[in-house]
Ligand binder design. Structure first.
Ligand code: FAD
Ligand code: EGU
Length: 484
């Protein structure tokens, strides 16, 4: 079943380097436009491979990612293979679980299997006649002058290939990006955070999930944090985040149990004591890197998308979503500039750099914030207040995660709106407090009362206070000077 496209008018060759999530999706986008697309992936075809090594097992898919999938017509298919998560489930140290909804009814994020999503995207890309997938092709080098690329195969053979446009979707350690570093006026920074992550599995019991499936489970513990997402096979994949030095302190099975008893006691029986002792040592903790660079293009020859352009730390669940949004943004600009690469590429850099820098900063900010003072109570309090304010003023106060997760508001605009909200809330508080003081003063001056009559019963005082000011939680929240 091959799709026909209007390939008659143009036969420009587009090389997509990297057949991961973003590369495979991009191949669909370019093929849909009728280009002669060649995708090059260093690994074997994951649809044939027995074990797929690589990063996280499952991911949260939200609005931005879904919109991009919709554009190539596979949104419904992917959703049907995902598990909706309508709320977070916060696990206290004492085992109490409390849900906090993501938004209004029907607003949810999806837990999707990375390998499965990648396979579906590759299969979709293959349905285009003008799309050729090349596995076991590792980009070794390329020339920014000629556009000539050199690929190496596992058997050691080399191949040189030319293309009109090179699209670098080869991940956080991009080989395409290496040539950018040799260009003048190319900005680049990368930061490894002190935390690592490790994945552990909660198997089903009696064929059923061991926790409620339609939630993103979170164990916030300041320095340590664990997150669990459901899988279709009724397992949960838990991701434990903690500083490498803490990971290294634990060297024996019994120490793992002691550690979990202290911080995640309710998770021990769900993972299983014996499994936990073994799984912890199966793989070393993995590193997390944040990469920022600009520009995202060289002339009319080459452009970076996905993690190759912007690896972010996972503390907003946006890496893949942002990468998918890159594809749709690029496609919109292609439409606008009639597929003229010399105009499209600079415009893509101009539009997309501020947004990807914003999400990289937000994810890093959330990493610092989660670590600094997010324990169970604080997390619950903050998210509840967000939701209440949003409920009271849905157009004005929008929680940051809502803008990031459930809209396509540009990331940098979401950040601006968030700062603005902060100011408005603080000023309202100042205004309300000043008003309250003035009001009370006027009342007292107009109705001078003997001092003994001022001592009214506590419950009456409370009623008056309640009638005057915002509810207590709001006041506490406002003075704490946060609104994300
Ligand atoms: P990759 O997925 O890294 O794909 C790159 C591809 O290029 C690979 O297939 C690789 O083999 C290939 N390649 C590499 N070098 C070469 C070469 N020289 N030649 C040819 N091919 C090459 N994002 C979310 O949106 N939601 C989440 O919940 C989420 N959770 C995460 C949790 C963790 C622990 C981590 C680490 C990340 C998470 N992310 C999440 C981020 C997400 O994983 C990435 O943003 C996403 O995988 C980026 O896709 P990509 O295609 O750009 O890169
Ligand atoms: C981390 C690792 C909860 C999957 C940020 C929320 C994440 C995910 C949150 C991982 C958190 C943190 C948000 C979503 C999501 C929350 C979000 C983080 C999915 C602010 C597979 N984060 N993640 N924020 O609000 O917007 O629920 O590995 F613990 S989804 Cl760190 Cl919405």
């Amino acid at each position: 079943m091959e799709k026909s496209t209007d390939s008659s008018k143009k036969k420009k060759v587009v090389a997509v380097v990297g057949g991961g999530l973003v590369g495979a999706l991009n191949a669909c986008f370019f093929a849909k436009r009728g280009f002669d697309v060649h995708l090059f992936e260093s690994r074997d075809d994951i649809r044939q491979a027995k074990i797929v090594k690589g990063r996280s097992i499952n991911l949260s898919l939200s609005h931005r990612g879904r919109q991009s999938l919709k554009h190539v017509g596979i949104e419904e298919k992917i959703i049907s293979q995902g598990i909706p998560m309508h709320a977070r489930m916060i696990h206290s140290l004492n085992g109490v679980q409390s849900p906090i909804p993501y938004g209004k009814k029907g607003q949810y994020i999806l837990s999707v299997d990375r390998a499965n999503l990648n396979k579906e995207l590759l299969t979709e890309a293959e349905t285009y006649a003008n799309n050729k997938l090349n596995f076991d092709h590792k980009l070794q080098d390329w020339s920014a002058e000629s556009g000539l690329m050199t690929f190496i195969s596992p058997d050691g053979s080399r191949k040189q290939i030319e293309a009109d446009l090179i699209v670098g979707c080869d991940g956080a350690f991009s080989a395409v990006r290496k040539q950018f570093l040799r260009q003048s006026r190319f900005n680049y920074s990368q930061t490894y955070i002190p935390h690592g992550y490790m994945e552990l599995t909660m198997p089903p019991v009696n064929g059923e999930f061991v926790m409620k499936p339609n939630f993103l489970h979170i164990w916030p513990r300041n320095t340590f944090m664990m997150i669990a997402l459901p899988n279709l096979d009724k397992t949960f994949t838990c991701t434990l985040f903690m500083p490498f030095e803490e990971f290294e302190k634990i060297t024996k099975g019994d120490e793992v149990i002691t550690f979990f008893q202290k911080y995640f006691p309710d998770a021990i029986p769900l993972i299983g004591v014996e499994a936990l002792k073994i799984d912890y040592f199966r793989l070393p903790a993995q590193a997390m890197v944040s990469v920022k660079c600009s520009p995202y293009h060289i002339g009319d020859k080459c452009v970076l998308m996905g993690d190759a352009a912007h690896a972010v730390v996972p503390f907003y669940g946006q890496g893949m979503n942002a990468g998918f949004e890159d594809c749709i943004v690029f496609d919109e600009i292609m439409e606008q500039f009639n597929e003229d690469f010399s105009a499209v590429l600079p415009e893509y850099t101009r539009v997309r750099v501020p947004d990807n820098h914003a999400i990289a900063d937000l994810a890093m900010y959330n990493y610092v914030e989660m670590r600094a003072h997010v324990n169970t109570k604080w997390f619950r309090f903050r998210k509840n207040v967000d939701n209440i304010l949003h409920f009271l003023m849905p157009k004005t106060i929008i929680p940051l995660y809502t803008m990031v997760t459930f809209t396509r508001i540009r990331y940098h605009e979401a950040v601006n709106h968030w700062h603005w909200q902060d100011k408005v809330i603080n000023r309202s508080l100042l205004f309300a407090a000043t008003g309250a003081i003035l009001g009370v003063s006027v009342l007292l001056i107009k109705n001078p009362q003997p001092i003994n009559k001022l001592s009214i019963p506590t419950e009456k005082m409370w009623n008056k206070l309640a009638a005057l000011g915002p509810p207590k939680y709001l006041a506490t929240f406002l003075t704490s000077n946060c609104s994300n």
